[in-house]
Write a protein that binds this ligand. Sequence first.
Ligand SMILES: *Cc1c(COP(=O)(O)O)cnc(C)c1O
Length: 826
Amino acid sequence: MARLRYNSAVEAFRDQEYPMLQDSVYLDHAGTTLCSKSLMDSFAQEMTSVLYGNPHSGSLPSQQSTSKIDEVRIRLLKFFKADPEQYDLVFVANATAGVKLVVEGMRSLPEGFVFAHHQACHTSVVGAREEAHQSVCLDNTGVQSWLDGDNPFKPMTLGDRATLFAYTAQSHMDGRRYPLSWAKKLKNSQTQSSPRILTLLDVASLSATSQLDLSHPDFAADFVVLSLYKIFGFPDLGVLLVRRSAESIFNHRKYFGGGTVDVVVCGDEPWHALKSLSLHERLEDGTLPFHNIVAAGIAISTHQQLFGSMDQISSHTAYLSRELFHGLYSLQHANGNPVCHIYSDMPDDTALFDTGPVISFNIQDSRGLWIGLAEFEKLAILKKMHLRTGGVCSPGGIASALDLQPWEMKRNLSAGIRCGEDSNRFANKPTGIIRASLGAMSTKSDVSQLLAFMKEFFVEDLSTTPSQTNPTVKILGAPSKLRVKTITVYPIKSCSGYVIPPGVRWEVRPEGLAWDREWCLVHRGSGLALSQKRYPQMALLQPLLLFDEDVLRVKYRGSVLRGQPTYVDIPLSNDPSLFDTNFRQTSSRVCGENISAQAYLSEQINDFFTDSLGIPCVLARFPAGGRGAGSRLSKARMQKHQQTESAQSCQHPSFPDVPSPPDSDSEQQSQPGKILLSNESPILMICTPSVESLNQSIIKSGGSAVEEAVFRANIVIETSPGQQSRPAYSEDMWRTVSIGDYIFKLLGACQRCHMVCVDQNTGERRQEPFSTLAKTRRLNGKVYFGTHMRHEPTEQYDELDAPRPTVQVGDVVAVEEEVPVTYRER
Ligand SMILES: *Cc1c(COP(=O)(O)O)cnc(C)c1O
């Protein structure tokens, strides 16, 4: 057996060979391996010095390709220790395409086939069942009883049908390995008279970090599929290995294409002669991806130069995965509860090579509640930790690991398409996993950085219990006076804000402040409304409301090409007669919701946005007063921490003990207000003491303060001059406020994502303030900052000539109603 050995040489060449990693941690080798600079350089060298032509002709460049393909085919067979006498190698697009080719052969058999697959199979393998006469999914016990002679298919079903049994050599979900001897035992269990059993072995995960050895006496699979990009990082190419004794199942395959046929007669007497030389010639329809095949040859060489043998990689990755496993396993909250629930097997030194370097886990807080995947993912993205989360294309494996029933999986699917909801956790049960997978170019530092990240965000150190720092404990007494500091509207969703000048009274409508989020940019390809979360450069689009000129002028503050306009004017008037000619109704998705908006047809307008952002998009308008998909409803609601029961269980200092406003949830759900294109509610408000408090925390941990603008609030409230400041986050407890003469109802705290990290001046992404927010303002997996609200109309405004409600900078703000709080000293 191989010995564990860390290959420290990787550290020496990593920065140079994998410059794309820079300051990030890549732990998704089960997704794909990264490709080295050496490989790309050699490939570029080869492609620019040798003339390769389409292999289907007699010219010299064509011959060049043909002989290269033959050479690489043999080298790959050798790489997997496959004897060319016994196996043929067929180039396919990826492992999935290899599976499909086998299925195409099996379903063309006169009697069709039955299909059994192991539960750990990849989705791409499970799909084969749809072509089968009948299918079963087996766990280890099921496979064992089959090997013991108990066929999972009834003789009636079976008839003369061949059986295809598919399993994975190593689970891509948790790294567990399954015996290569299964195929052989199954073969041995067959009698002369029984119909044929063929085995499809998926080695896509195993082959990435282990030596695949088809010469092993136990190796008996008939079909083997894998993807080369998982081994070498490049090219995107797959391989199907076929045992020659199983070739005959392809004899009934019907389709032929250029490349797989010798003669074709069209017209009245259609006839064709298939290529008959070798299996691969019969199966490789169309022009082979010959440039990719050339790259595969180079990949074998550079891989070997960098990493030595696959066995060396195997012992390197096993070493690291043992470190990672023990590190995750030993993480504890201050109360002694474990932080990680690990689904992968504990690697013990004797059985280490029975598990691949893939560790899947979920995180629990100190009370044992699961941390949602969305929450983990937001933080991981922020810290540039690249791991995979979710169902990882392993339906059976996930269901078994998480004990999910079919109805739960269906419910999770239908909930998954909702935006903003933490759909990853129902009834305190996880719906997916976090997967860390190691590869040849992983280092100790990747492992230690992941562990440090886990400690930073998920290990609860109870010394930070609320008792010491809860700032809200002191507030009782005369409330201090507040006023409006700034008012901002965001005419185009996700673009920069327009700051209302002091002295201007601004109208408040039921849907929010006038002109707020009335436009959005829609991706031409996907129809999705663009968001700064994905395209931070949107912060550089600066809208100005120029009422004198009746236009919305949008300037681009980033660099533009010469001759490109730096601004565009959009008419403010939404005279419906304009819509007929200048607009087209378009459906789009905003925050997971289907909406119908009016897309501009003007090339000048659309080109301006497309060219500025470098994203193909059109401008669309979503005017007030729409119906159906032309209207949207507020989704904001009082959060749990603003209600009673969860208060004691707060894990972080800034959430006070707050009893519930009596009617919050029920009432709001019955009458949600309308909104335009804002995410959740008509108006978003923040208070400066909270921003200051957050900035102090950021500075304390070595970061730099952020501007209020990152929170993209409509109304910023500050303490009036000469008044004592209210404590940070007191707005969590407000129920209604008056601003000037008008009453606003608070709808609940605003849930945040890493979009607050976009610097609104430069469009650059940073780590703050989300990193600190996640440590100080995270509750039940969500991070809160700021408060949603809406204007509460009273009857007086229903009269036509009543003045429209307005707000302006400097308006006095009074907290009309606070949640009655009985603070407990803790
Ligand atoms: C990645 C993977 C696949 C699918 O590979 P594709 O390249 O997407 O076709 C199948 N099975 C396993 C075990 C894998 O890890």
